[in-house]
Design a binder for this molecule. Structure first.
Ligand code: ADP
Ligand code: MG
Length: 423
């Protein structure tokens, strides 16, 4: 058999650029990605200010970060171009800016000026122009002179807006960013304004376990300090993990250090002070290859695993709908003749412990923070209702009604299917 090699041209088709805008980013995801970029560009020891203005025909996001040097500005539209290290926490794929802008509008302009340059670089992108005449190798960048040397900034203006939103959604954005970027805002290293209003920092709500302080003596003699708690069910899913600090400075947010892949770990939030672990030059990432980091990570994993074992188990069953909640147990038999007064005892957030739920009591059952039943399998009424209303649920405990006391404070871990005594 004879084989030969021919060379084929695999330069991407121009339309790939436009397809990025169809990645399904919501307005909040797209803006968050641009905020990530600004935060990545923050200057050490200088408060970063991110100013976002949103209207139905234009979105502008500006920051007083490092700005882009000429060689970066000239490549910023390049797909896959990134100046960030491999272990960078926020950006790294070199697609975020393009994807976000094109998810929001059909054209955008980037203006940026790095410190001490005296120059401003402008690159823009317009879908219609691009598809008709765009050229990967000859894209224009304009350079303006006479910019004050003591400032640096990046400003992205997105035009021909394709997303729809109303005032209510804008307010929700501010709340979402308050949570997502809360640790940065709270540590006073970043401020975010949306239509001239500051995003207020918010942190996930904790169960009544509250904050548990810990001190772990590491094999090397260092003491690792911090606290952790469990997130209240219903508090936003993505935001879990540790905010990590080095000498009082916030390094990473919602860091998954020490947390296993176990769904249970997704309820943990806290802070860790890792003064002795080295960080990258921009102080935004831990050097995860370092011996110090590995030690902290391993010992924390061990500590959290042991902590969970120490909790006192009451009963277990089949997890029908996940979540971890703490609340007051309401042990109640739901029969055909259960009276209304008894049902009124189920207050919002209480944990309904019963033999089996019944469709006619749906209204009361919906108020429960979690459901635990003696009987039933994955297809029983309780299991279906809990999925429908997103209520953590354990079924088939067999003797839950007998073992759990009415009025007792319990933790329902419906990720694992275990009911614990609350401390
Ligand atoms: N606001 C900004 N300030 C300074 N540089 C930026 C900013 N936004 C983007 N950049 C630069 O553009 C590059 C590409 O951005 P992006 O497409 O979001 O990819 P990534 O964030 O994954 O690197 C970044 O690596 C960074 O160098
Ligand atoms: Mg990015």
């Amino acid at each position: 058999m004879k084989t030969k090699t021919e060379f084929v041209d695999i330069t991407p088709h121009r339309s790939i650029m436009l397809k990025l805008g169809q990645s399904g980013y919501s307005i909040s995801e797209a803006l968050a990605e641009l905020i990530d970029n600004s935060i990545d560009a923050s200057i050490p020891d200088k408060k970063l200010s991110i100013d976002i203005s949103v209207s139905s025909n234009k979105i502008v996001i500006s920051d007083n970060g490092s700005g882009m040097p000429k060689d970066v500005a000239s490549k910023v539209l390049k797909l896959g171009f990134s100046t960030k290290e491999k272990e960078a926490k926020l950006g790294k794929f070199g697609l975020g800016l393009k994807t976000s802008c094109l998810s929001l509008g059909k054209s955008f302009v980037i203006k940026t000026s790095p410190l001490n340059s005296g120059e401003e670089f402008t690159v823009s992108f317009d879908e219609d122009e691009w598809i008709n005449s765009g050229d990967w190798s000859r894209h224009p960048m304009s350079i303006s002179e006479g910019i004050p040397k003591n400032v640096s900034y990046s400003r992205i203006t997105i035009n021909n807006i394709i997303v729809k939103f109303d005032n209510k959604e804008l307010e929700k954005l501010a709340d979402e960013f308050g949570l997502r970027f809360g640790p940065f805002i709270e540590s006073d290293s970043v401020e975010i304004l949306i239509n001239k209003k500051f995003c207020k920092p918010a942190l996930p709500k904790l169960t009544s376990h509250g904050k548990k302080d810990f001190e772990i003596k590491l094999s090397t003699g260092w003491v690792l300090k911090g606290w952790f708690g469990f997130k209240l069910a219903g508090s936003v899913k993505e935001y879990y993990g540790f905010n990590t600090f080095r000498r009082g400075r916030l390094i990473t947010t919602y860091d998954k250090i020490g947390l296993s892949k176990d769904p249970k770990a997704k309820q943990i939030v806290g802070e860790i002070y890792m003064d002795h672990v080295p960080v990258s030059h921009n102080k935004r990432n831990w050097i995860i290859q370092s011996e110090e980091y590995k030690i902290v990570s391993n010992e924390l994993t061990k500590f959290l695993r042991d902590y969970d074992v120490r909790q006192k188990k009451i009963v277990s069953g089949f997890p029908a709908h996940p979540g971890r909640v703490e609340g007051i147990a309401r042990v109640l038999f739901l029969g055909a003749r259960t009276n209304a007064k008894d049902l009124e005892r189920i207050k919002p957030g209480d944990i309904l412990v019963t033999s089996m739920t019944r469709p006619q009591y749906l209204l009361q059952i919906r108020r429960a923070g979690a459901i635990v039943t003696d009987m039933g399998g994955m297809l029983c009424h309780a299991a279906i209702v809990s999925r429908e209303f997103n209520i953590p649920c354990i079924v088939g405990t067999q003797n839950g009604m007998q073992k759990i006391k009415d009025g007792q404070k319990i933790i329902v871990d419906a990720n694992e299917g275990v009911v614990y005594e609350a401390e």
